[in-house]
Write a protein that binds this ligand. Structure first.
Ligand SMILES: NC(=O)c1ccc[n+]([C@@H]2O[C@H](COP(=O)([O-])OP(=O)(O)OC[C@H]3O[C@@H](n4cnc5c(N)ncnc54)[C@H](O)[C@@H]3O)[C@@H](O)[C@H]2O)c1
Length: 260
């Protein structure tokens, strides 16, 4: 059990990648606050996970609201007495629109969930790590770890302008945070999944014809798809203390889709 006793918050926990991260972390002895908007599905999963080595607490909320991004970290501290790892995973796709067709509504919604929510959670997490470790010395080993589930779309044009820009901004915030707290024992890394088999294509809005005709050209570089567990394994590695010297890194989990 590689995360025994660690207190973790995982967003987007009721499906896909987030679900796999929670399960793997619980199996490795972590205590997890599992966050999602889908209350019933989340509560059912938490009942199924009750016999795992780690404890799980359901937190129903929308990460685009500060009450959720603050409240979920407070819940970890209240329930488990400490807080060690934040996995910012919840995210939404756009409709593949190029910027000429993009609506303000789509842009604002995608940024609210994919960028502003995770950044508010990072702010809360960093301040909690420092407050919970008042005796930490400069250059101490990890006092807290942030793992952002970004996307290869942060760098490659796998979706519309809103999605790619929202993930690009989150990637920058990841590196900025790693840099700012380099001597404070706070690590911040990004995982960039490629095509992973989840509900995301089902829940995404109907694709814009022009935008989709452009993004689908990238599929010529790979037809390989990964599983949520492939991403969860990468998150486990970054959550462990063994990866203490890995900070500000971008780990692609894309089956080499983007090496062209
Ligand atoms: N699946 C892929 O191919 C892929 C590729 C690259 C990046 N990603 C990223 O991985 C992350 C997870 O994606 P997934 O494929 O598992 O998606 P998914 O749709 O299968 O699951 C996402 C979960 O997040 C929850 N969620 C959505 N909006 C939320 C909000 N505002 N507040 C709280 N919870 C919310 C959903 O209810 C759902 O349970 C996302 O950030 C996504 O951008 C996925």
């Amino acid at each position: 059990m590689e995360l025994e006793g660690k207190s973790v918050v995982v967003t987007g926990a009721a499906a896909g990648i987030g679900n796999a991260v929670v399960e793997l972390f619980l199996d490795n002895g972590a205590n997890v606050v599992a966050v999602d908007t889908q209350g019933e599905r989340l509560e059912n999963l938490c009942e199924e996970w009750a016999d795992k080595p780690g404890r799980v607490v359901a937190f129903v909320g929308d990460v685009s609201e500060e009450a959720t991004t603050d409240g979920m970290i407070d819940a970890a501290i209240e329930n488990f007495g400490t807080f060690d790892v934040l996995v910012n995973n919840a995210g939404v796709m756009d409709d593949n629109t190029a910027i000429g067709d993009m609506s303000d509504e789509m842009m604002e919604h995608v940024f609210a969930v994919n960028t502003y929510g995770p950044m508010r959670a990072m702010r809360k997490a960093v301040n909690a790590f420092v407050a919970l470790n008042p005796d930490a010395e400069e250059d101490d080993e990890t006092i807290g770890s942030i793992i952002n589930i970004v996307s290869v779309g942060a760098v490659h044009q796998t979706a519309g302008a809103s999605y790619c820009a929202s993930k690009g901004a989150l990637l920058s915030a990841t590196k900025n945070t790693a840099f700012m707290y380099i001597h404070k024992g706070i690590r911040c890394n990004a995982i960039c999944p490629g095509g992973i088999i989840t509900d995301l294509p089902i829940t995404m809005p109907t694709a814009n014809d022009f935008g989709f005709s452009r993004t689908s050209e990238l599929l010529v570089h790979s037809s390989l798809l990964g599983m949520p567990e492939d991403v969860a394994n990468a998150a486990l590695f970054l959550a462990k203390d063994d990866s203490h010297f890995i900070n500000g890194a971008v780990l692609n989990v894309d089956g080499a889709w983007t090496v062209f």
